[in-house]
Design a binder for this molecule. Sequence first.
Ligand SMILES: Nc1nc2c(ncn2[C@@H]2O[C@@H]3COP(=O)(O)O[C@H]4[C@@H](O)[C@H](n5cnc6c(=O)[nH]c(N)nc65)O[C@@H]4COP(=O)(O)O[C@H]3[C@H]2O)c(=O)[nH]1
Length: 722
Amino acid sequence: MSIPGDKPFQPPKSASPTEPDFRILIVDDDPALRRTFPHVLAHPGRSFDETGSIAEAIVQLEQQHYDLVLLDYRLPDASGLALLDWLVERRRDEAVIIISGEDAIDAAIGALRRGADDYVRKPYHVAQLQRAVEGALHKSALEKANRAMSQRLKASERLHRYLVESSPDLIFTLDAEGRFSYINPRIKPLLGFERSALMRRPFTTLIMPEDVDRVCSLLTQPSNLPGESFNVELRLRRNRGGGLDDDGITVSLTGLPMLTQSGSARNAGLYGVARDISERKRAEEIITFQAYHDQLTHLPNRVLFKDRLELAIAQAQRRTGALAVMFIDIDRFKLVNDTYGHAEGDALLRAIAARLSATLRRGDTLARLGGDEFTILLPDLNVPEDAEVIATKILDALAAPITLSQDEYRATVSVGIALFPRDGDTAEDLTRHADIAMYQVKRSGKNAFRFFDPELNTHHRERITLENDLRNALLRGEFELHYQPQVSIARRQIVGMEALLRWRHPALGHLSPNAFIQVAEELGLIGEISRWVLEEACTQLASWRQEGHVGLRMSVNMSPLDFDKRDIVSSITECLARHALPPGQMELEITESLMMNDTADVAAKVRQLRSAGLSVAIDDFGTGYSALAYLQKFPVSTLKIDRSFVRDLDGPTTNPIISAITGIARGFALDIVAEGVEQPEQAEALQLLGCDVMQGYYFARPAPAHEALEWLRQPARLFPVH
Ligand SMILES: Nc1nc2c(ncn2[C@@H]2O[C@@H]3COP(=O)(O)O[C@H]4[C@@H](O)[C@H](n5cnc6c(=O)[nH]c(N)nc65)O[C@@H]4COP(=O)(O)O[C@H]3[C@H]2O)c(=O)[nH]1
């Protein structure tokens, strides 16, 4: 490492402890004198070399540094002055004492002028020579110490300059007016400024406008006593070729107010070290964002939503205001995931998130709780109707289809709304109540919104228990089938049996499908239940056929959701084949609403079932949307007249609806079965209206298989004698 434009930094060399303290060179042509000197000048730490000519002396001096040279004025090869000149030219720092027999004062003055430190005239007194040597060596020692000190100072100064100038941190000083008085070279790579451009400019030039007030007040705080450092995070602006950019860097600044020479003035400037922490800040921001946001949609997550909701509740409490929490669930999302795959499911979530946020105002919070669940916080509500307006907007926002795998998918959502303070005053209660309200929307047909109703709460709890029990019912073998006969009055025979599901609930006893089928559909359990029912009904029919009841037809109820399954047709025909049952002996009961859903797909499946030889009956015919058009599309084989029409038959009279249904059946060559026959009069009237096959309590209530077998064996028991 080196400081640009400077010498590489070298630590100062330490003196060797073995070096003698003083080296003295004796230059004299008189060998006797040369030998005398070391004796008279002997002292611990002194060492002596001797030479008899100037030329030899130069050779010695070139090899070795001496502290003192005792120099004879006259030597055979040259004057001692020549050696003095030689030493001066080379800036040598040896002390020189001239020892001379010259009497003239000029000789002494000339020698001293040319750099000699002292002049001793021969003959001299030994004490005189010793004093001169002492004095010269003392002076030499002082100079030596001085030189070492100044070398150390220079080295230390270079070290500190090196540390400051090559620091990865921005180091600067400000004068008492807050203007730069020093900046280290880091400024250029860090912020793009030339050092010279900033000198004497105010520190605030570099600070982001938003941070200026905060930093200024901190710098002028009375607590900033000289010598006490403070720390602050702030953003500095970068020089982007001609202008300052607003996307600066974040630094952690440690400031140390400076003392004046006297140490008295409070504001003598500032010493500052600013470290670039932008990367760390960015990493922190990413981590914080991830902790509070959903990865897929980048919306706030459950944690952040709860935070904001709690804050909004506290604010609403202070100003006695109102707020709303919406719980939103995408209808049939699982179906999209199963049909199109997870990537499309994700795309749908993102598209819905975008549509939802477009309906909101600034200040509202849309969050994704996970899965297909979203929540909205409307923190500032004038009247509950405001929430209604937003909920309507949300439903409308989804009216336009969303493209999934090149298909146009029409997504709908169910929205539950809870209001503060009416429906709760904690984040948990409001969210839970909005969730319960959403559940009610799901139960009553989806694609709508609903406000929380306290009564829903108990229902909700019951519902949760029911859901949990239902999940286990199949595993625990709690389902069974009851059978209700369908009889032909004319033939006084049982022509069919309808399989009706029962749940032997461990605590609630026998439960009718009305109590749990819809829940099973919503939980996605209906497929497994239907499979079980079909399997059980086929096993039963096969067993009755073995008993000889080969003409008997079995009716099984299907859920509309069963028709969402691609392999519904094959799974039914395979089941029949497994039990060696002729397809003509199996009738599937479907509801009218099924025909409304996805007509093309359902119609195709009904057609396949019919082609495979199965019968298909429309249950509760006449109650829904039946239209002749559907009957043309759906090649069903049987119409079941709903018991609500049968109930109205109280005597042998004409009934326009039943007449119409029997007329339709005749027109399309369909079978008719009348349901819910409870009275003999109803049976009679139906007969007169041209309906022969009936089912109802009048003949038999649904019962377990062993009882149904008794009826098969003695069908006459089912026909009351008038
Ligand atoms: N008041 C009165 N009711 C009578 C009379 N005769 C029969 N019923 C009842 O009427 C319902 C006839 O079945 P559904 O219309 O297909 O209506 C069925 C059917 O839609 C559905 N369901 C039954 N079993 C299954 C099944 O295995 N799978 C599916 N998906 N749904 C089923 O549950 C509904 C209700 O079934 P259940 O409670 O068994 O109720 C049965 C039966 O017990 C009568 O004379 N008077």
